[in-house]
Design a protein around this ligand. Structure first.
Ligand SMILES: *Cc1c(COP(=O)(O)O)cnc(C)c1O
Length: 410
């Protein structure tokens, strides 16, 4: 596999032109779209217009005239199309962590007499922390049941209220069988809640076909919504009027501008809103989601699998005996849009690599993650990234003393 071959893959890539929709800096190979998606060119233009016209000139009139007030539901309907949900089943609000809190609290009340939230120990930390915090707040009758990945189905029984899982593992990229696990949960009367943060924009998701009850997901990773972009939540239609939000703010009231003194929950998914939506961030996310809606998504998945396979083949080929181990599934169909490599000095190696313009990230204790956002990653980027990694390892460039100190965000 040589560089020329990779360039020829790029020439044949049906998605090659989509890269032009992104403002990527020269001299950088960006393999961290799984942590913070790149900037769509349209975003700056749209935000400039929103700031100057809708905010600057329209002022408060824009809540109606520019349809700001409809943004959470409108963008939710668009995201619904990306994850196999129907219009009215998804709303954009808050962060993923806050949405998880709302859904867990709301769903636990539907499951009286069931005391457990079942999850796996490798789940994304914020998901574990939020569940721990909620349980602490409750009556003392609830607990988290944490098991290893392979034990999940055996740990299901009639005492489990909610099965809470992340679809694509943030560290290894391994994909759970959403349909099978959801069905196993349902056999015990357990509700299934899926975190789609590493799924939407990375792998196919069909919430309806999998009969998922509840889901949450992040706007700033593969969806490219911008740093700290609002997150989204999904509630299957049949559950919407039974689930209350514990954050009963005015935006989720049946009549926010009636200014009643008693809370009355809005019908449907709107009751999951708490406070005013962050319009600038919302509209940045909308630009990015609109871009996704124009893309051939099966083609995007095909490409992300091919990029991952190429990366693994090059690593096998050129990094032998350099202390590197592939820490993601080798089979593309069960691997998300990332490949992780294990190395004893992963943190320092990643810092050295970033200084050479190849941006991935580090996850404790010994993983380097490389994300392959198929809308803007080229085959030749994969070739060049592995060459740079080889160079960093062979020259031991990672031994520079400044790489020994951890930055706040890794
Ligand atoms: C990135 C990520 C989140 C992010 O949570 P925020 O509260 O939006 O910062 C949550 N869950 C998973 C699985 C993630 O990968």
């Amino acid at each position: 596999m040589d560089r020329e071959t990779c360039l020829s893959f790029d020439r044949q890539d049906p998605l090659a032109a989509v890269r032009q929709e992104f403002a990527l800096p020269d001299g950088v190979i960006y393999l961290d779209g799984n942590s913070l998606g790149a900037l769509p060119r349209q975003t700056a233009q749209r935000l400039n217009q929103v700031i100057a016209e809708e905010w600057g000139t329209g002022l408060i009139r824009s809540w109606n005239a520019a349809h700001w007030i409809d943004a959470p539901a409108r963008i939710g309907d668009k995201i619904a199309r990306l994850i196999g949900a129907s219009a009215g089943e998804v709303i954009v609000a808050d962060s993923t962590s806050v949405n998880l809190f709302k859904l867990l609290a709301g769903a636990l009340r539907l499951q009286p007499g069931r005391h457990f939230i079942l999850t796996e120990s490798a789940n994304f930390p914020t998901d574990l922390y939020i569940a721990q915090g909620l349980i602490e707040l409750l009556d003392g009758n609830h607990a988290l049941r944490v098991v290893e990945r392979g034990e999940l189905e055996r740990a299901l029984d009639g005492s489990v209220a909610i099965l809470m899982l992340t679809h694509v593992d943030y560290a290894s990229g391994e994909i759970h069988d959403m349909r099978r696990l959801t069905s196993a949960a349902h056999q015990h009367g357990t509700l299934a809640l899926w975190d789609l943060s590493h799924s939407a924009g990375a792998v196919p998701v069909d919430l309806k076909a999998s009969q998922v009850d509840l889901a949450i997901g992040c706007g700033y990773k593969y969806l490219n919504g911008g740093p700290g972009a609002p997150a989204y939540l999904f509630i299957a239609r049949v559950l919407q009027d039974a689930i209350r939000s514990p954050l009963s703010g005015w935006m989720g009231h049946a009549a926010p501008f009636a200014f009643e003194s008693e809370y009355r929950a809005a019908a449907g998914i709107s009751r999951q809103l708490a406070g005013s939506p962050p319009i600038l961030s919302m509209l940045a996310l909308e630009v990015a989601v609109d871009l996704w809606l124009k893309v051939d998504r099966p083609e995007a998945r095909k490409k992300s699998m091919a990029l991952g396979d190429l990366f693994i083949a090059l690593v096998d080929d050129s990094l032998r005996d350099l202390g590197i181990e592939v820490a993601s599934p080798r089979e593309a169909p069960i691997r998300g849009s990332q490949v992780s490599l294990r190395h004893q000095e992963a943190y320092r190696v990643m810092r050295a690599l970033i200084d050479r313009g190849v941006i991935g990230d580090f996850r404790t204790p010994d993983l380097m993650r490389f994300g392959f956002a198929s809308l803007y990653t080229r085959y030749v980027d994969i070739f060049d990234a592995v060459s740079s990694l080889r160079d960093v390892l062979i020259t031991r460039a990672w031994q520079r003393p400044e790489y020994a100190t951890r930055l706040t965000v890794t």
